[in-house]
Design a protein. Sequence first.
Length: 425
Amino acid sequence: MYAPPLPPQLSDSNRRIIEADAPSLRAYQVWKGNNRFCFGGRVIFGPDARSLFLTISLILVPVILFCAFVSQRLIREFHHHWGSVIVAICVIFAAYIIFLILLTSGRDPGIIPRNRHPPDPEDETEGSTLSADWPSSLGGAPSLPPTKDVRINGVTVKVKYCQTCMLYRPPRCSHCSICNNCVERFDHHCPWVGQCIGKRNYRFFFMFISSTTLLCLYVFAFCVVNLTKIMGAYDCGFWTALIKSPVSGFLILYTFIAAWFVGGLTGFHLYLIITNQTTYENFRYRYDRKMNPFNRGCLGNMMELFCSKIPPSKNNFRAKVKVDPSEGYNGLVSYGHAMSPELPKTSLDLEMGKRQAVAAEDLEDIQSQIESVGRLERCGTQPPHMNWDPKEQWEITPDMRMLAAEFGMQFGTSPSGIQKINGVR
């Protein structure tokens, strides 16, 4: 049975030319996570960042209603411009909350850069233990143990190996399936802000939910005050006052429900801060009947969250990177197929000055392809059980014909080989 020859390999000179011609891209343009970037990689969002519009609307709409309909009577009833101060505080409070939600959603939550290759097994510590349920057929690093023991404050903590990021996750790190990133001190993925909550934005997340709770209570209280003023001015009951100011009634109901939701969330996270836990750890009962090695006491835990310096991001999303030719080259010079989309076509547009650097061995590669095509055409044989078309498999791209013609002029090659190239269709 006739077996078609393997595609020729790139020579070192051609590989250097392709690498030199590869355009410099920013790191965020080749990012493998599901994040969305804005302003040239300066702002990073999660894949569900559209939920921000809903969250911001749920905050701004009641504030606008409060300022447009409720504040008029408050300004008249309170003397010495206290009514205007009440409205101004509400507006400033709302702007502060919007700033916090954007700060929470638009920054790196603590993403750990993934490795391009799995770590070497010999580089791992001696305390690594191989789990019995570790499948031997996993690609990437079948010899690596699934967990590794790390000592923290005298307590042994197991860290897991991430097959996607090809690294051992640091303690308290977890892989977010929505963003497709390993996040340091992963708390949870919040759909309301469209971002993971981790080490670098948890402080702002807690400030956001606690400030929202206070804003709800603020609007609720002054809507009740407004209805009380109406009842005193018109000497009427509560329901009559609601008819005269239905927006106040709507805001009372709205802020009451919202305060229970965000207030309960604030209380739960306050408990997590005091005990130095994450939502992920709490839901998995990580420290039930076990000592929490990260607990520094109530005051120490509060100081760690609010007074410690936020670590810088481990990612430079605006850094210039080059596409590795070895990753995107498979199929780049495939017979009868288009070039791989991972490398742009401009990477093969060889300039005249760079073509001089191509060694004579590249001409031999092209000539060997031409001769093999000629032998196939003269032989006319093909496998009996394969529907194989040599013309489709051995179609020479225009770049190869141009390169062969140029080699023919520079190295004195007979034009018969070039005619063979043009003859193959």
